[in-house]
Ligand binder design. Structure first.
Ligand code: ATP
Ligand code: MG
Length: 638
């Protein structure tokens, strides 16, 4: 259900026009009741679950929001489900003004459409595949581009039908190799996935911009920080893509931020162009015996001893390191490739994989290398690779990709393709060529940013969303055309957009907790106020009851701790469960008629006359909402 917000920041239900609210109230539609702790399906846990590695998972489990069923698979309990519902409502509210329409697709899908886009293979082991009783192949969808394309194609055929934007909030399945961090990397998880269809690229860019803005508003309202990061689109396809990364140390992603505030994930980072080097005075290559020097470190030592340079000592960055990798292609075949890069940097297989997509890349095994007798492990040089080496000894050529840090015309100390031998002054562009230039080397903190603003800084993050200008990949594969203005068939341009709904909920908990428990933002907390009585005096209990009811009548979501438990237990649970405002009716009420209104996150509290509690609470909630709305996001072009 949609829960629009009124001007003063309290929630109102159903969006009835003002004149109708009384009528609705008379029919009982508007009345809220406090939720009683004695009734709530809840058991809080005193200790952290032993098998959880991040605070959000520990706390959401301890506070009875979710329970783990199996690695990466969770059940939602009443409190968690209410929070999830609030998160989803915010997403719906912000998507609706973009013209988005909600649909719902099955998770269980036939193989055929995914076959046509090659994703049945390209998705690799991450996709849950299964068979029905007739032995037909099915999958549990990791994402739904194919189905949305087919749905739009089945119903629409003219440019007049476009632009179209469809989305769903739905359960996705990915057989993650390492489900971890609770809801952050689930195997069953909830995603908002949206798809835009436009008649041309300009339309796509407009839709992309609309979604990008809506996502920014969503994350702001959810109370999570984000950085928009240039991304690599991976098996999704397309060219332009950005991720929304929540800067958090527990994240598995690392992205690089420039002094100007631009950010890239390392797969998308382009090395600034290195200028050509003049090699007119570089001597001819010379082979040098280097007995036993198989590693960069021993080679540097040995070269300095046996062949000292006149200008300065040899260093690792003078050595051209050649690494053989195995490429597993979508059709199941495996081939080898060689990567050349400066010896002071390691190969980043993820970056290589991004460059050579859709192949999966791993380091080649000794046996794979041994099939090529001309590859001498420890002494491999470019003179037997790529363009230099077609079909020697009946072996196929191994493509040679050179890292973007290697300048044309630069001279290298590198393998001579003979045991115990290296070669000096081997010049790129004179003595050898490459099959292609790629981003292969590990990015280092302090490397120069491609935007020219200075040194890159690293930040760890959790990817909470990604948006893609897909272009024509899916519409071509699934043959989705519409008739354009001239009556000619035009292939439809597509974009896709995703928010990790359950993951972002966990990130909210990561940002909004302390050592005592959750401390949630007003907009997403399952209830806004936690009312408790300290002590067992009936007058105090009656007052708690009354305050709970008054707040409920005013439209506030109240969790009323009516249990016959000690004040200590109630205080502890109020802190663990994390409702933003806590109301305490205790000794001060009995002596002076005062009730405490406490801000859970800051611990600040005021004591007010019991007649003013409702006003104080609604004022505080309104202020908290305002503060929440003005925080968070970092965006490089904001
Ligand atoms: P990751 O790199 O973290 O595996 P992804 O890039 O494969 O994520 P997308 O295909 O871009 O994920 O999916 C859209 C969004 O869905 C992601 O930005 C993320 O927030 C969420 N998501 C992806 N995988 C998971 C998962 N295993 N558990 C929870 N949320 C996920
Ligand atoms: Mg992604």
């Amino acid at each position: 259900m949609k829960v629009p917000r009124s001007g003063n920041g309290t929630r109102v239900g159903f969006g009835f026009p003002a004149g109708l609210t009384m009528v609705a109230a008379n029919f009982g539609l508007m009345t809220k009741q406090p939720m009683r702790m004695s009734h709530l399906f809840l058991r809080t846990l005193r200790d952290d679950p032993a098998d959880e590695d991040v605070d959000s998972a520990k706390l959401l489990i301890r506070a009875g929001y979710v329970r783990k069923v199996a690695p990466g698979i969770f059940s939602w309990l009443p409190l968690g489900l209410r929070m999830l519902d609030h998160v989803e409502s915010i997403i719906r509210e912000e998507l609706e003004p973009t013209g988005a329409q909600e649909v719902h697709m099955p998770a269980l899908l036939p193989r055929e459409p995914y076959e046509r886009t090659h994703r049945w293979e390209e998705y690799g082991d991450n996709m849950f595949r299964l068979k029905d009783m007739h032995d037909a192949d099915y999958l549990l969808a990791p994402t739904h581009e194919e189905m949305f394309t087919l749905m739009a194609k089945n119903m629409y055929s003219s440019y007049k039908d476009l632009p179209l934007f469809l989305y769903q909030i739905q359960t996705k399945y990915r057989d993650e190799a390492r489900p971890r961090a609770g809801l952050i990397r689930g195997r069953e998880f909830i995603m908002e996935d949206g798809y835009s269809f436009t008649v041309d690229e300009e339309g796509l860019k407009k839709q992309y911009e609309l979604q990008r803005k809506a996502y920014k508003r969503i994350y702001n309202r959810l109370g999570v920080k984000y950085q928009i990061v240039h991304a690599f689109s991976g098996p999704m396809g397309g060219s332009v893509s950005e991720e929304f990364q929540a800067p958090l140390e527990i994240g598995e992603d690392t992205y690089a931020v420039s002094p100007a505030g631009n950010a890239w994930n390392v797969e998308a980072l382009k090395t600034p162009v290195v200028p050509d080097v003049d090699f007119s005075k570089t001597p001819a290559p010379a082979e040098k015996p280097t007995p036993g020097s198989k590693t960069i470190a021993t080679l540097v030592d040995q070269a300095n001893k046996l062949y000292p340079r006149s200008d300065r000592p040899w260093q690792a960055s003078d050595i051209l390191k050649n690494v053989i990798v195995a490429l597993k292609h979508p059709d199941g075949t495996t081939t080898l490739a060689a990567i050349g890069l400066p010896g002071d940097r390691d190969v980043d297989l993820k970056r290589v994989e991004a460059a050579l997509s859709p192949a999966e890349v791993s380091e080649a095994t000794a046996e794979q290398v041994a099939k090529y007798p001309y590859l001498v492990p420890g002494y491999i040089g470019p003179r037997v690779l790529g363009p230099q080496k077609a079909d020697k000894d009946g072996n196929e050529e191994i493509p040679y990709y050179i890292d973007a840090h290697v300048a044309k015309g630069s001279a290298w100390l590198t393998g001579a393709d003979k045991p115990e031998t290296h070669v000096t002054d081997l010049v790129y562009g004179r003595d050898f060529e490459a099959t292609g230039v790629i981003e292969a080397a590990q990015v280092r903190e302090g490397d120069q940013s491609p935007d020219g603003s200075g040194a890159l800084r690293f930040q760890r993050g959790v990817e909470i969303g990604q948006i893609f200008q897909l272009g024509l990949k899916y519409s071509k594969a699934l043959d989705f055309t519409v008739l354009d203005q001239n009556g000619k068939p035009a292939i439809v341009w597509m974009g896709s957009y995703g928010i990790g709904v359950s993951r972002v909920l966990a990130c909210i908990a990561e940002y909004h907790h302390d050592d005592k428990g959750l401390a949630l933002p007003v907009e997403v907390a399952p209830y806004q106020v936690y009312v408790l009585t300290a002590g067992k005096k009936p007058e105090a209990e009656q007052e708690s009851e009354k305050i709970s009811q008054t707040l409920s009548d005013a439209g506030v979501d109240v969790l009323y701790d009516d249990r016959k438990a000690s004040a200590g237990i109630k205080f502890k649970d109020s802190e663990l469960l994390g409702m933003p405002v806590v109301v305490v009716v205790g000794r001060d009420f009995l002596s002076d008629g005062l009730v405490e209104v406490r801000n859970r996150a800051t611990g600040e509290s005021v004591k007010v006359d019991s007649s003013k509690v409702a006003q104080t609470v609604t004022d505080l909630l309104a202020r908290l909402r305002e503060e929440e709305d003005s925080q968070n996001g970092e965006d490089y072009d904001a």
